[in-house]
Design a protein around this ligand. Sequence first.
Ligand SMILES: [Zn+2]
Length: 91
Amino acid sequence: MKVDTNPMQRAHGAPRCTAKSKRTGLPCNNPAVRGWMVCRMHGAGVGHGSGKANPAYKHGMRSREAEDSRRAVNELTRMARALKQLTGSIG
Ligand SMILES: [Zn+2]
């Protein structure tokens, strides 16, 4: 089987790093890591984890789960209050 296309075409067509040089101001243009806008030299694959892995994590009371459950409890309380007021006005 003969392959007409250059096997490197896919590699050359890969998205390029968007980082810009501090010295020259020119773009890096290395191939970007899959799922990232930058190459391996410009920070792809690093960064903070989420939740407890994040260095800014303090006590978890502001975590997404905690906020969601707090929001749900508040909504239930609001509904209970409204129901109480409604039933109180009827009889
Ligand atoms: Zn780069």
